[in-house]
Design a protein around this ligand. Structure first.
Ligand SMILES: Nc1ncnc2c1ncn2[C@@H]1O[C@H](COP(=O)(O)OP(=O)(O)OP(=O)(O)O)[C@@H](O)[C@H]1O
Ligand SMILES: [Mg+2]
Length: 245
């Protein structure tokens, strides 16, 4: 049994992440911008959730708060029963390194490193011991379908393949929560679908929870829940009974 299968996971349907009364104001006085207000949400464990909304509606701001990259002006975030707002920046860094995986629009791979080395680098950032690395890195690459290409550098890979390597890097420490800001925005629809299939596989077989943002209407049919933001507020929350991936 692998470490992933052996680890206790939240039962599907329990809340893994909860936000209550979130407000985020940038700047002060006349220049103040209220990016988020009155946000309440529950993210069920083992689900795929998409945040959608126009540019400037607050998607990235909310994702940053949910992943403890940023602190709200008001309100609290509880991750696996533990409040993560109000932690010190060292505690937040440790939380992200150990328990959360992050994926970005622009992949963020190191150009001179092979796919393997990029993922291994992620492992070292998570503070894992070197002796376990090879197996964990290869397993992560296998899970995104990139093990055969592990010696290739990012410039030798398509955008979709690069994003899958970036996902391998984000999951190599086996986090329960994967947070992805516009992970398919730079990909054509075929490659975007490959990335969404990888997310679905992680949700189904590892019980991971994926929270992502997107502009793409096609993605809405692939996730379990869609949260629509308008002007920093939640406008609607809808669920898909039968998502298409
Ligand atoms: N560091 C900051 N300082 C001041 N204002 C900010 C800052 N970050 C975001 N904002 C403002 O907060 C609002 C929400 O921005 P955010 O980046 O969350 O939007 P978004 O929905 O992710 O947009 P996009 O789809 O373009 O990525 C915008 O009005 C933005 O200008
Ligand atoms: Mg954004």
């Amino acid at each position: 049994m692998s470490a992933v299968q052996g680890r206790r996971r939240e039962a599907s349907g329990n809340t893994i992440l909860q936000a209550t009364g979130i407000k985020r104001v940038f700047g002060k006085g006349n220049a103040a911008v209220t990016a988020l207000a009155d946000i309440h949400l529950d993210i069920p464990a083992g689900s795929m959730v998409a945040l959608k909304g126009r540019s400037g509606s607050g998607k990235t701001t909310l994702l940053n708060i949910l992943s403890s990259l940023d602190e709200p002006t008001e309100g609290k975030v509880v991750f696996r029963g533990r409040e993560i707002t109000g932690l010190s920046s060292a505690e937040r860094n440790a939380l992200r390194r150990k328990e959360i995986g992050l994926v970005f629009q622009s992949f963020g791979l190191v150009p001179l490193m092979s796919a393997y080395e990029n993922v291994e680098f992620g492992m070292r950032i998570a503070g894992k011991s070197l002796k376990d690395n090879r197996e964990a890195v290869e397993r992560a690459l296998e899970r995104v379908g990139m093990r055969e290409r592990m010696k290739h550098r990012p410039t030798e890979l398509s955008g979709g393949e690069q994003q899958r390597v970036a996902i391998a890097r984000a999951i190599v420490h086996e986090p329960d929560l994967l947070i992805a800001d516009e992970p398919t925005a730079e990909l054509d629809s075929r490659m975007g679908l490959q990335v969404m299939r990888v997310f679905r596989e992680l949700v189904q077989h590892s019980g991971m929870t994926v929270v992502m943002t997107t502009h793409d209407p096609g993605i809405m049919e692939l996730v379990d829940h869609v949260i629509a933001l308008e002007d920093g507020k939640i406008a609607s929350y809808t669920s898909n009974e039968s998502p298409l991936v």
